[in-house]
Design a protein around this ligand. Structure first.
Ligand code: CP
Length: 302
């Protein structure tokens, strides 16, 4: 998980490091000056609400100065490259760069060519490690696994546009590392059987697994990455793969519904379920700040 001071991707061998970070995030026992005198740059070449704001709040709460850079309004819009932008920000003396980019591998590329800590805040369809840690935190807390963050015995369905999803790729690795059983669900164009190579099962029949799930993680159709281009209609998609009220009613007692956001309400999840009693979606958001505090402290102060 950690590549020296950088957090770039989740790996199956990362269970101990992940458990340690989840414990620190859950405890949230920071004094508030852990990052005093440090500078964190949020460098976002793609849009974000949750990730960018939560990294800002996390860093500021711990005493760091935070600068935000987005493509619009920066020299990226004039054609400056990823690396020139990173070198420019680093030359100003930042201790950590939080990077989101549309290109898979962008955070690793920047990490190879800079010296400050790099945290991958989502790169193309590749990885989004702090989202997976945020999701594991929410699952662990929902099923009272805070003592050891062992998710053994839990069945977790990741549903929807899996091929486009960096969240799914990070979650598959982390949830399996923590002992959970993962099934990927979606139409073959979004959840092809080749994804079995990730070590989990794959099905196109959501209703065949709905009553066995402890958690169903619904994914947004990523229209901006071509997701959904072969769908007949979003209404039909909702009927077959959406978390409707009827489907939620078939889940086990205590089972939870998750979504990393942003949601397409009425497509992958019904509004009534997103706002209903099984939903932990806002807990995921709140936990994101805790995970990002722990990640920044580790990255900058280790
Ligand atoms: N889950 C997630 O990455 O959301 P944002 O795109 O709003 O950061």
């Amino acid at each position: 998980m950690w590549n020296d001071r950088s957090l770039l991707s989740m790996n199956l061998a990362d269970a101990d490091q992940a458990r340690s970070l989840l414990a620190a995030a859950h405890a949230d026992s920071w004094k508030g000056d852990e990052l005093a005198g440090k500078a964190v740059a949020n460098v976002f070449f793609e849009d974000s609400t949750r990730t960018r704001v939560s990294f800002s709040i996390a860093a500021q709460t711990l005493g760091a100065k935070v600068v935000d850079l987005t493509s619009a309004g920066s020299s990226v819009a004039k054609g400056e490259t990823l690396l020139d932008t990173a070198w420019t920000i680093e030359a100003m003396g930042v201790d950590a760069m939080v990077v989101r980019a549309g290109q898979s591998g962008a955070a690793e590329l920047i990490d190879r060519h800079t010296h400050c800590a790099i945290i991958n805040a989502g790169d193309g369809t590749h990885q989004h490690p702090t989202q997976a840690l945020t999701d594991a935190l929410a699952i662990g807390r929902s099923f009272t696994r805070e003592e050891d963050w062992d998710l053994s015995g839990l069945n977790i369905a990741i549903v929807g546009d899996v091929v486009s999803s960096r969240v799914a790729r990070s979650n598959v690795r982390l949830l399996q590392a923590l002992g959970a059983t993962v099934v990927l669900v979606g139409p073959p164009s979004m959840a092809p059987s080749s994804l079995q190579s990730l070590g989990c099962s794959v099905t196109s029949d959501f209703d065949s697994v709905i009553d066995q799930c402890d958690a169903a993680m619904m994914l947004r159709i990523q229209f901006e990455r071509g997701g959904g281009s072969v769908l007949a209609s979003t209404r039909e998609y909702h009927q077959r793969y959406g978390m409707s009220e009827a489907r939620a009613a078939h889940m086990k007692d205590g089972a939870i519904v998750m979504h990393p956001g942003p949601m397409n309400r009425g497509v992958e999840i019904a509004a009534a379920v997103a706002d209903g009693e099984r939903s932990v979606i806002l807990d995921q958001v709140a936990g994101g700040v805790l995970v990002r505090k722990a990640a920044l402290v580790h990255a900058i102060n280790q």
